[in-house]
Design a protein around this ligand. Structure first.
Ligand SMILES: [Zn+2]
Length: 94
């Protein structure tokens, strides 16, 4: 499974992992891998396992490895939310 944003950034679902919620109940997270927009280094993000494309979780606003994340993602989040406003899920899965 994979999803690509309107501006061409791609995430690939690489697996799932068990997770315990803050209230103690077990759940499963989906693990997605992408390449840092700045240096190209692969990094992973985690979403609820039911998430199948980037419009379902704000976590996909992450476009950078841990090293570059803190400096860049505040601006990226704003651009990402703006791009989602006119985006249709059907197109993303085609
Ligand atoms: Zn990086």
């Amino acid at each position: 499974m994979e999803t690509t944003s309107k501006d061409g950034f791609r995430w690939v679902r690489v697996g799932e992992e068990p997770h315990t919620r803050s209230d103690g109940t077990p759940t499963t997270l989906g693990v997605w891998q992408a390449d840092c927009k700045q240096c190209g280094k692969p990094f992973t993000i985690k979403t609820p396992a039911a998430v199948t494309w980037h419009g379902e979780s704000g976590t996909f606003a992450t476009r950078h490895c841990e090293e570059h994340r803190l400096k860049r993602d505040r601006n990226d989040m704003h651009a990402f939310r703006s791009s989602l406003a006119s985006f249709k899920p059907e197109a993303a899965q085609a």
